[in-house]
Design a protein around this ligand. Sequence first.
Ligand code: TYM
Length: 333
Amino acid sequence: MSKKIVFSGVQPSGEIHLGNYLGALKQFVDLQHKKDCIFSIVDLHAITIWQNPKLLAGRTREVLAIFIACGLLPEKNIIFKQSEVSEHSQLAWFLSCTARVGWLNRMTQFKDKAGKNKEIASVGLYTYPVLMAADILLYKATHVPVGDDQKQHLELVRDIAQKFNKDYNQEYFNLPEPLINKTATRIMSLRDGTKKMSKSDPSEQSRIMMTDSNDQISKKIMKAKTDSLKMPSSIEATEKRPEIENLINIFVACSNINKQKIIDDFASKEISVFKKELINCVTSTIEPIAFETEKLLKDQKFLDNILSENAKKAQLLARKTILEIKRIVGVIS
Ligand code: TYM
């Protein structure tokens, strides 16, 4: 059996929010003790939508600091900046000759992000899932921890890997499996329980950042949109109330207490009573991470050193794959 390799990426397009943490980072931290893990801060993905050049490198450092503050060990995992390993872009080109236009046309995230006027979206935003396939396949990853919003991209990665294997008549690529955290598949906006919590939502009140102070968290949760009923007394009753369901899911994911128990504990109580407990639960998750992040950000050299050392490790693996791909495709003999 082939070796189990975990790969995942996070964009430095803004600060990391609670959805990123519960959907992805928390899984990274658990997985580092079980498998060989590679985590990338995917700056080439971030620039598919314009990023302020004065902020981008700093944001990459910030994501690294949050990774470490959450408990990722830089000496145990390969944690690197995507643009430092040029093989990602090279493999993306080979794979874009394998991927089909019809497959990309089905990607819902492109439709959401491009909005009504697709004609003026960047070509990079459209081909973004092919670069994502390259990220994963470059390291022959077997498992990819992500939030539910990345599931369709992962299916595409499998289709690309399968077609490449078929086109070149060999079992070269693994078909990577998504790993989705069951308690935090999709953390929703605090302003609209039908929309995902997202870095690009114009309302800062819609998301809790991993660097928010206790006071900011408390205000955001107290103001979080809900209905005016009492707390539900069954799982079925939460399903008709997306905002309340989202807050309960956040409680479950932060506390690791099971959903039924939380529903039983707060059944028929006022929402404000539940919100107060939720604030305690979320602040005790975020406070130590925010504190450690701030400390780490004071030492830029330390962070830059981790990125450059790890880029070298990633490059070694990536070069080997690109050489094999070039032979398989026939550009070298
Ligand atoms: P990004 O940067 O948008 O998000 C990073 C991770 O956080 C998860 N996530 C969420 N999970 C639960 N609830 C939410 N509201 C929420 N918002 C975000 C995302 O699913 C993701 O796991 N395309 C990826 C980055 C990427 C990548 C890769 C991931 C590039 N190459 C290769 C895996 C493997 C993205 O935009 O993530």
